[in-house]
Every structure is written in structure tokens, then in C-alpha cells.
Design a protein around this ligand. Sequence first.
Ligand code: SAM
Length: 284
Amino acid sequence: MHTLTSPRYLKNLLARHGFQFSKSLGQNFLIDENILKKIIRGAKLSPGDIVLEIGPGVGTLTTALADLAAKVIAVEIDNSLKPILEETLEGLDNVEVIYEDILRLNLDELIQGRLFNRPFKVIANLPYYITTPIIMRFLEKGCSYVSLTVMIQKEVAARMTARPGSKEYGALSVVVQYYTLPRVICKVPASVFIPPPKVDSTVITLEKRSKPAVDVDNPAHFFQVTKAVFAQRRKTLPNTLIAAHITDLDKAALNEKLISLGIDPRRRGETLTLEELASISNHI
Ligand code: SAM
């Protein structure tokens, strides 16, 4: 048994170091060996891999990652975890911890310097309010990440993997699916953490596509169209596009154009596939 997932061992470790949990840093530490294994399996690690772990906590995942990968760079904001991590990671010479806020860290410097500009896999279990911004940073950067395996609120995972027409389908689904292939790894009940958070989670892996899911002439315009379509869910498609100043065409011309693209103008935006959104973005 992995000792750090033993509640008794963990509580004792934290007490010995006089550690105080910070709610605002989302400090909920994993105590379930099974979930740990699923996260690792989901990330499909191989011995040559370089891993960027964000939010190692007491090092529960970190120690398991160090066993399987060539190198682990962990970024932890909380300096008070330093003495604990020094104890739990002792002797693991392929692990390096950077004590910084991932949101303030210069990712380019990190990628070029510590990650040697080589492909790397990201693994993160972070406070929910920063997980989506962090994911977006990697996706939009187009850097050499291979995959992102993250624990997120289950509702957010449902949005990332949603299909057109479902109530969860939105701009986030389109952006995530444009850049990556999202795959749900497992559901995670709140009871597998100390202390238990208020919500249940899902572990999801976003595997970077070798090229975006659809061909768009101008990605910024494609995302602008996407945003407009989902911001005005109750309007019909032509009204949405006109209201968002996406087009100079009047309604009649726009209707005709949509029909020529094989899109019924009476469709609601939230039923449009990535291909259809790309087609609108490229031709309107
Ligand atoms: N990975 C550990 C586990 O599964 O038990 C800890 C997960 S805990 C939910 C989140 C961790 O992220 C905490 O250790 C917290 O201090 C750290 N963290 C929070 N905000 C951070 C930030 N902006 N940059 C880096 N680490 C952060």
C-alpha cells in the first residue's frame, strides 16, 4: 500500500509538521490508492516521459509519477509544504519541486529551461477555480504538451466532453474538442480526500490532437463565432450572428448563405457541430 494514501499516515505526517490546511488553495489530499492508479493509468506514462505536475500537495501522486517517468517537475504554491515534500520525496532524484504560483510562472521559461523543450505530460489536481484557466493556457499556447490529465469538477468534465445539442454543450466543449481529444478517466467522490471537498470530481485526460479537429482560416474568428453562438442561446442563428457583428450580410442574404453551406437557418446555435461552426467561420 502506498503510505501517503493511508489516512492515518497522512494525518500523522501533517500533524508532525504542524501543517494547516488552506481552503483558498483548494488543499484536499487524495487518500485513495485506486483513484491514484487510475490517474496514472489515464496519463499513459512510459519510462521516458517528462511530467509537469501542478499542485503536488504532500507528494502522493508525485512519488508514484517518479517511479514511472524519467523526470517530474512539480509546481507547488504553498511553501509550508516544503518540509513535508522534502521528507516524502527524499531520495527521488528525478523529482524537482518549484515553489511558485503556476499562474505567475513564465511557462515559456519553464518549458525551455526545466522541461528541455521536450514533449511533456501535465498532471494536475488543483483548486477548481484555476483549473480551467490553466487548461486554456496550455491549449491556446500550442506548446509541446502531449496530454493534460486533470481532476476537475464533474460538471466541467461533462461540458468538455459534451456532444452538440446536449445541454452541457457550449463554447468550452468546442475549444477543448478543437485542440484535444477529451477522455473521462474516472469519477471521484468527495470522500476520497482529506478534508472532503464540497463537490464530486472527474479525472479527465485531454490528449493533444496532432492538428486541430477542423480546418479554420482564422482561429480567433472561429472562437468569436463560437462565443457568439453560445452567448445567445435563445436567438436563432441569423439573429445571433447579426447581433454579434459577425457578418455584414442582412438577414435574407445570411439565410441564403447558411442554406448554401447546408445549415438550416432555423437551427439553434447549440446544435452546431465543430465542422458547421468552422464552415460558418470560414464563409461568413
Ligand atoms: N496532488 C495532491 C493530491 O492529489 O493529494 C494535492 C491536491 S490539492 C487538491 C491542490 C494542490 O495545489 C495543493 O497542494 C495546493 O497548495 C496547490 N495549489 C493551489 N493553487 C496553486 C497554484 N496557483 N500553483 C501551484 N499550486 C497550487
